[in-house]
Design a protein around this ligand. Structure first.
Ligand code: ATP
Ligand code: MG
Length: 500
């Protein structure tokens, strides 16, 4: 007889210096179900899964697989026993091919121990075909887009014929179509009686795919629920466990003079943004809508001077800036929170204090040119407190924070520079639901102080709830700028798909 549970983690405890990351946590997952693991940033979700995979050694508790006590030495060991994981951070070897990455450490061998590349490529091609993933096995994995690489990770997990598959925020960089595809794969796995642990901050995904939901808070397991017995609000209150203000703040700012003017901006790449014009005024929050691939990030990077333009003009406070660079942008009071915060924003071996204050050092120099350490530190504490960054101390290395908390530090860094113009690219991706609203509050305050914000977002409620106007891009072109009164999901979608 097979056991009731595919996976049982019982009374797991894990302590890091200064944090009890897991406190007597029990999780039981049935075969053939999708089991969502929810909780705020730093609640302990990734840590629990890392204990399962032997990446961390738990301080107490037992792990059972199919009713049998087991303990994995490392993720390789886990894979061999039919347990695989798609990590929050990509973990492939960029220089190697897709097939080599899929078969890393278990390459098919010919006699004399030579790797059988032909078989490896054939097997990979079969697997990708079965999963309807259109990628060549020979492609260098590093040359694929992040979302394609993510899809390869998913294929890899499936390729082990695992009985338990853990997915830690698998959709954070997937397009809507890719998410739909992933869900199809997940449903197939479920039919094959695989147990899936699914971690995500996207509520609508949970209601679309999960059978059961376990909620963690501050290292403790709050409970396990059937998805049907939950509503959005109930789930949120279980997660945050406090009165969180989950309403969009009213942005009652005065719209002033033009801070940024973009005229007919074109990318040298004909497939990227072309002929984009808009104005951004003091006190304004301008949302940028569009589907993934609409070239929104590319446009923002060009405005910030990271990317070249072939023609068009950018003016800041009435002054035309020729050949924009990030340095010029920052000098003129612009700041940018990038989409890929963990990849491009973090100094892993520095503490939170330094990671927060590094972009503001100039504003904290005394007349004699000395750094005002105390004020600098106080300011970084203030911003991280506002965003509820969960950390034992400000001296903790940023690499020891949970994924979402690392992002909060980077957002604090740019807020602290008090930019006149702040570009925020997908500001709340990977951020828990409570902190999202803290970010909206801060955006609203900035607008009230006469600053201006550009917010690129794929989340409709956020675009509609926060923006004074929404500019929509489709295939690199501006297909319309909607006033607040015209900002509806339908109108945005219509413009976002205009050329499709
Ligand atoms: N290697 C580590 N050293 C010290 N503390 C750690 C380490 N890894 C995690 N922690 C701490 O353990 C707690 C739980 O972190 P974990 O990464 O499990 O959160 P999470 O629920 O996955 O959050 P997120 O949604 O942000 O990914 C956090 O307070 C974090 O700072
Ligand atoms: Mg995590």
């Amino acid at each position: 007889m097979s056991a009731t549970y595919a996976l049982e983690m019982e009374s797991i405890t894990k302590v890091f210096p200064g944090v009890r990351a897991l406190d007597d946590v029990t999780l039981r997952v049935k075969p053939g179900t999708v089991h969502a693991l929810m909780g705020e940033n730093g609640a302990g979700k990734s840590t629990l899964m890392k204990c399962l995979f032997g990446i961390y050694k738990e301080d107490g508790g037992t792990i059972k697989l199919n009713g049998e006590v087991c303990h994995f030495k490392d993720s390789h060991d886990a894979l061999k026993r039919g347990v695989s994981m798609i990590h929050q951070e990509l973990s492939n070897v960029p220089e190697r091919s897709v097939a080599q990455n899929l078969y890393l450490g278990r390459e098919p061998l010919k006699s004399f121990g030579i790797i059988d590349h032909k078989k490896m490529n054939e097997d990979t091609a079969d697997l990708l075909k079965r999963l309807e993933i259109d990628i060549k096995p020979e492609r260098r994995i590093g040359s694929l887009s992040i979302s394609m690489q993510q899809t390869c990770e998913i294929a890899k997990a499936v390729s082990y014929n695992s009985k338990v598959v853990v997915m830690d925020e698998p959709t954070s960089s997937l397009t809507d179509n890719e998410v739909a595809h992933l869900f199809k794969i997940i449903r197939q796995l479920r039919e094959q009686n695989v147990a899936i642990v699914y971690i995500s901050h996207k509520m609508e995904e949970i209601f679309a795919i999960a059978d059961e939901v376990s909620v963690m808070r501050d290292g403790k397991m709050i409970g396990t629920y059937q998805t049907e017995e939950l509503t959005n609000d109930k789930l949120i209150s279980l997660m945050v466990g406090r009165d969180a203000n989950l309403r969009f703040p009213t942005v009652s700012s005065t719209i002033g003079d033009v801070l940024l003017k973009v005229e007919n901006l074109c990318s040298p790449n004909p497939r990227s943004f072309q002929d984009v014009s808009f104005e951004l005024r003091r006190g304004e929050i301008l949302g940028i809508g569009g589907l993934v691939g609409a070239q929104r990030t590319e446009l923002m990077e060009a405005i910030f001077g990271v990317r070249a333009t072939s023609s068009g003009k950018i003016s800041l406070k009435g002054e035309e800036i020729s050949s924009m660079s990030p340095r010029k942008a920052i000098e003129h009071g612009m700041g940018m929170i990038t989409e890929d915060r963990r990849g491009s924003g973090i100094f892993p071996l520095m503490n939170i204090s330094s990671n927060t204050s590094i972009a503001s050092l100039r504003e904290y120099l005394s007349k004699l040119g000395l750094l005002k350490h105390k004020e600098l530190k106080q300011a970084s504490v203030r911003y991280n407190e506002a965003l509820r960054t969960k950390t034992p101390t400000m001296e903790t290395l940023i690499q020891n924070l949970s994924g979402g908390n690392q992002q909060k530090v980077i957002i604090s860094r740019w807020l602290m520079t008090l930019p006149d113009i702040l570009i925020m690219d997908e500001p709340t991706r990977g951020i828990d639901v409570g902190a999202k609203f803290e970010i909206y509050q801060i955006m609203s305050q900035l607008a009230q102080q006469g600053k201006a914000i550009i917010m690129v977002s794929s989340e409709m409620p956020e675009l509609i709830g926060m923006s004074h106007r929404v500019m929509v891009l489709c295939s690199g072109r501006c297909t319309g700028i909607l006033d607040k009164s015209e900002c509806s999901q339908e109108n945005i979608m219509r413009l976002a798909t205009k050329f499709m």
